[in-house]
Design a protein around this ligand. Structure first.
Ligand code: THU
Length: 139
């Protein structure tokens, strides 16, 4: 990978895996965490936060992005998402679109798991081909 070395990627995954313990998921018991680097080099993090009124649950990726925007994040350079899942986690469709809102063409999405060293790296275009985003409204 060009912008991030293998060691750096693994470092961010390790950090995200450690963050899994903060996940608030008493209902699903499905822990998710993400670490994000913005284009200014700042680091942001978040976990999924569930609610007794199940539909109010907010995924880790959207919590991370909301916290980052509050701190002035403009674009995502890389987001590493992990879960205590048998395989690298698959981000839900809603989170993919929210990541898209703040992505560049070459934003990297790293999918990982705390259960093994396996991970997957996608560019934004690989995650959502021919995606809809802010530029589409510039008619
Ligand atoms: N979840 C995430 O945090 N991110 C995703 O992309 C998929 C799902 C959370 C939401 C809920 O707390 C749990 O995983 C099970 O759906």
């Amino acid at each position: 990978m060009e912008r991030y070395s293998e060691v750096e990627i693994r470092g961010y995954i390790d950090r995200a895996n450690k963050l899994l313990e903060k996940s608030y998921c008493p209902y699903s018991k499905y822990r998710v965490a993400s670490i994000m680097i913005d284009t200014d080099g700042n680091i942001h993090e978040g976990v999924n936060v569930e609610n007794a009124s199940y539909g109010l649950t907010v995924c880790a990726e959207r919590n991370t992005i909301a916290a980052a925007v509050t701190k002035g994040m403009k674009k995502i350079d890389m987001i590493a998402i992990t879960g205590d899942t048998p395989n690298p986690i698959s981000p839900c469709g809603m989170c993919r679109q929210v990541i898209r809102e703040f992505s560049k063409k070459d934003t990297l999405i790293v999918l990982a798991t705390s259960k093994s060293d396996k991970y997957i790296i996608w560019t934004m275009d690989e995650m959502i081909p021919y995606s809809f985003g802010p530029e589409d409204l510039d008619k």
